[in-house]
Design a protein around this ligand. Structure first.
Ligand SMILES: NC(=O)c1ccc[n+]([C@@H]2O[C@H](COP(=O)([O-])OP(=O)(O)OC[C@H]3O[C@@H](n4cnc5c(N)ncnc54)[C@H](OP(=O)(O)O)[C@@H]3O)[C@@H](O)[C@H]2O)c1
Length: 238
């Protein structure tokens, strides 16, 4: 059997690095997307020799990392859309240009990479697309109208695409994490962290490893799931 190949965007750190590591541990070759954090994907390459292809990818540049992956490995079986741009601020205070930057960058980047990946995926082995959304796209969060709009749009995008690609056996699913310990949440003030943790049934933030396991499940094991949204939030949204 030929080795499965995945492209994980935003694999230099945080959840994306965890997902890449989880896939690599399952024997999947990973094209690891980075924007500025090449050192992070090189560290993965040192850990899993010969199994990691660093690919530079910026959501804002509408670049196409898929061509590089297919040139190198001749195939693509799994796409994990994890990279995201975040900026918070209430609707009445966040600069409208910045609000649109968050929305446009994320949505354009997501659609461009997915569009580029479809020809390879339809030829792939047990092909899968996993979009890393957020419970904020389902429940909402004050200060996140831009980011929340993106994460909600990902669900409509994924469900429509699941219908478009079902005849090619490409599964499309969304993972919606709650609050997770990464650079993205590192600056949340302590009082807010405590409030979030106490509103979470399990009483804490999630770990990268916990979210990565859920993403690997959707990509590798959930062969009868398509168009689903898997929430991994410790019960925050209940
Ligand atoms: N952390 C949470 O609590 C949480 C909760 C729900 C959902 N999520 C979602 O999980 C995903 C990963 O979040 P995280 O917490 O792991 O974030 P993170 O630690 O801030 O890492 C962000 C990753 O995305 C990459 N990235 C940032 N801007 C990019 C751009 N313009 N183009 C391409 N890549 C870019 C970064 O690459 P460089 O290092 O190269 O800059 C990095 O690899 C995101 O989709 C986020 O919305 C996170």
């Amino acid at each position: 059997m030929e080795t499965r190949t995945a492209l994980v965007t935003g694999a230099s750190r945080g959840i994306g690095a965890g997902i890449a590591r989880g896939l690599l541990s399952r024997g999947v070759q990973v094209a690891a997307g980075y924007r500025s954090g090449r050192a992070g994907v090189e560290a993965l390459g040192a850990e899993f020799r010969g199994q990691v292809l660093p690919v530079r990818f910026d959501l804002a540049a509408e670049s196409n990392p898929v061509a590089e992956v297919v040139d190198h490995w001749g195939r693509l079986d799994s796409l994990v859309l994890n990279a995201a741009v975040w900026n918070g601020g209430r609707l009445d205070t966040l600069d409208p240009a910045e609000w649109w930057r968050v929305v446009e960058t994320n949505l354009k980047g997501m659609a461009a990479v997915t569009r580029a990946a479809i020809p390879a995926l339809v030829e792939g082995d047990r092909p899968s697309i996993v979009l890393v959304g957020s419970v904020v796209g389902i429940q909402g969060f004050a200060g996140d109208t831009a980011y929340g709009s993106v994460k909600a749009a990902m669900i409509g995008f994924a469900r429509s695409l699941a219908k478009e690609l079902a005849r090619n056996d490409v599964r499309v699913n969304v993972l919606a994490p709650g609050f997770v310990e990464t650079d993205m949440t590192a600056e949340i003030p302590e009082r807010s962290r405590q409030r979030i943790a106490s509103a979470t049934l399990l009483g804490r933030f999630g770990t990268v490893d916990e979210i990565a396991k859920a993403a690997v499940f959707l990509s590798e094991d959930a062969t009868f799931c398509t168009g689903t949204v898997l929430t991994a939030d410790g019960g925050w949204s209940l």
